[in-house]
Design a protein around this ligand. Structure first.
Ligand code: DCP
Ligand code: CA
Ligand code: CA
Length: 571
């Protein structure tokens, strides 16, 4: 048996981890801090829709969706308001389908520049929120509309100075929290929540968590007052749990995970709902070990899991099953990388060098603008240029071969980036097709600038940082899975995950963003709702409030990691 299991284990690990540097490496456990932490994950509700509703207040409270491109069946929906969701409108629909199920829907076009979606307005709106949230604790911008906060210090301070149990008045929005331990459908719910928040006999962890819930409620009201955006949040002792529950009750609600509820919560959570288990590792758990829920993992010893998936991932799985996660909130308000991409579905696929060149030129132009802006605003330099593409192999539909991602040292200057990107493409095409002169077709292209570092302060010439090596792509092409030879100025090596194709630009910064992040100028407030104790109150004044309890399907579709963010979007 032992021998047989080893074999099976090896196969499981291989099929789960294989794929050569494809998205997401196998997860690894981080050492856990001794002291309890308070971590929040915040995610804006139907984000692009809210941005459009702020630009055009007539859309508030109306069924609304943001669509990308309009030339085929009314364009693809990329964000859907909660009013429209009640009619069954979904992100996977085209505009025409949405109109069928919800004739009154307002469809707003995503802004376009250089023949592709221009997401700057959304990025800047996300930065407004980051600027507010980062005032309370270590803040990590996780995607265009998501943030992690480490509120441990703020919660400890509150516990010492003004714990919920000692104050006469408990912040109203906090009493609307969903606490996993408490039943959510009883009449005196808010009284129960209040009692939970103020429990004098709670243990230290739960007391900190209660303070965290109050702090997050305050922050959410502040975000609403200053930006007009609602968001949902999860509050727990680690990032993993906070993220898992932040979308459980949407919109405009928060969910708290006391330690005592972790086991029951994970017992029924399907493995595939965990970010790191969405792919091959999760499939292997299901198919090879018969593990359906995270709780099912409790049936395996740490050694057994290590035997199957290696020491690191085995330990990670063992800890995950118990709700342990040592992963820290990174101190990062700015994006880890800048990516620009576009998809060319179906008949739009690119079939010759000149069309690839023309699109790569546009993508590189935008990328260059964004890294220049990052340089001047934030004194940050990107070191690596990566090209990702997807190819469809005509007549070889079932071929698993992927267009290889290619990287080289990044040289500043639009012309240089364009030149290098084209060389990276040709190198990838050569590896993909060999010397065969068969016809090829490209269904998506993206360029990414990564390995971004801060120029040390006091540096008087930034030129030496941005010239980079004299070599260009033709002499320095690397597969993105290998570590590029970088400029000699590596200050800190960020773990760059060359995310798979991002179909539009994700993280970026702009001048507005710089001001916001540096606190040099607050965004123009369109209307301020002073002293709102409760978000629901605000919502009910301005629009009919919908409070939807989401099932786990909703949870997973609203919680993709940054790397997967734009995956399903159509160009
Ligand atoms: N987005 C996109 N294409 C996707 C997914 C998302 O363009 N396939 C954009 C539009 C979304 C924004 O990113 O508004 C944030 O994505 P979320 O997954 O967080 O979804 P929403 O914020 O729209 O809705 P929810 O309230 O469920 O979080
Ligand atoms: Ca969101
Ligand atoms: Ca999100």
């Amino acid at each position: 048996i032992e021998k047989g299991e080893r074999k099976r284990g090896a196969r499981a690990a291989e099929s789960a981890g294989g794929g050569g540097g494809e998205r997401g490496a196998m997860p690894v456990a981080r050492p856990e801090p001794q002291e309890p932490r308070v971590i929040a994950h915040l995610d804006l509700d139907c984000f692009y829709v809210q941005v459009e509703q702020r630009r055009n207040p007539a859309l508030r409270g109306q069924p609304t969706a943001v669509v990308q491109y309009n030339d085929w069946k009314g364009g693809g929906l990329i964000a859907v308001s909660y009013e429209a969701r009640k009619f069954g409108v979904k992100r996977s629909m085209r505009g025409d389908e949405a109109k069928n199920v919800c004739p009154g829907i307002n469809l707003v076009q995503v802004p376009v520049s250089r023949d592709k979606a221009d997401l700057n307005v959304y990025r800047n709106a996300g930065s407004e929120v980051v600027a507010i949230l980062s005032t309370k604790g270590k803040c990590e911008r996780a995607s265009i509309d998501e943030v992690y906060l480490d509120l441990t210090d703020a919660a400890k301070e509150m516990l010492l100075e003004s714990p919920p149990e000692s104050s006469e008045f408990t912040f109203e929005e906090a009493t609307k929290s969903n606490i996993l331990d408490l039943p959510s459908d009883v009449g005196d719910r808010e009284e129960n929540v209040k009692a939970w928040l103020c429990r004098a006999d709670a243990n230290y962890q739960d007391k900190l968590l209660a303070c965290g819930a109050v702090l997050v409620a305050q922050l959410r009201v502040k975000v609403l007052e200053e930006t007009q955006f609602t968001c949902s949040a999860g509050i727990a002792h680690n990032k993993m749990l906070a993220k898992l529950v932040s979308g459980m009750h949407k919109p405009a609600q928060q969910t708290v995970v006391p330690s005592s509820s972790v086991q029951d919560f994970l017992a029924s959570l399907p493995v595939k709902k965990m970010k790191q288990l969405g792919g091959k590792l999760g499939s292997s758990l299901q198919d090879d070990l018969g593990v359906k829920t995270v709780g099912d993992l409790l049936g395996f010893t740490e050694e057994k899991l290590q035997e199957y998936y290696g020491v690191n991932t085995g330990t990670w799985l063992w800890k995950t099953a118990r709700g342990f996660s040592g992963e820290e909130v990174e101190d990062r308000l700015l994006p880890k990388s800048h990516g620009c991409g576009k998809t060319f579905p179906g008949p739009k696929a690119l079939k010759n060098h000149s069309s690839v060149k023309s699109w790569l030129d546009k993508l590189c132009e935008e990328l260059s603008e964004r890294i220049q802006s990052d340089l001047s605003c934030n004194k940050r330099v990107a070191q690596t240029l990566t090209l990702h593409a997807r190819a469809s192999k005509e007549n070889e539909c079932n071929s698993m071969k992927k267009f290889p991602s290619k990287s080289c040292p990044l040289r500043y200057g639009t012309g240089k980036i364009q030149e290098d990107a084209m060389k990276l493409f040709e190198s990838g095409l050569h590896d993909f097709w060999g010397s065969r002169s068969a016809r090829w077709s490209i269904t998506s292209l993206s360029v990414t600038a990564s390995k971004i570092f801060d120029i040390p302060s006091g540096t008087n010439s930034i030129l030496k940082y941005i010239k980079g090596p004299s070599s260009n792509a033709s002499t320095a092409i690397l597969d993105s899975s290998s570590t590029p030879e970088l400029t000699p100025f590596v200050v800190h090596e960020e773990q760059c995950e060359p995310s798979s194709i991002k179909e539009e630009c994700d993280n970026s910064i702009s001048a507005t963003q710089c001001r916001l992040i540096e606190g040099k100028g607050a965004p123009k407030k369109l209307s301020k709702v002073q002293g709102t104790g409760s978000i629901l109150k605000f919502l009910s004044q301005s629009q009919p409030a919908q409070h939807e309890k989401r099932n786990f399907d909703g949870l997973i579709c609203s919680h993709q990691g940054p790397g997967e963010f734009f995956r399903s979007k159509r160009g």
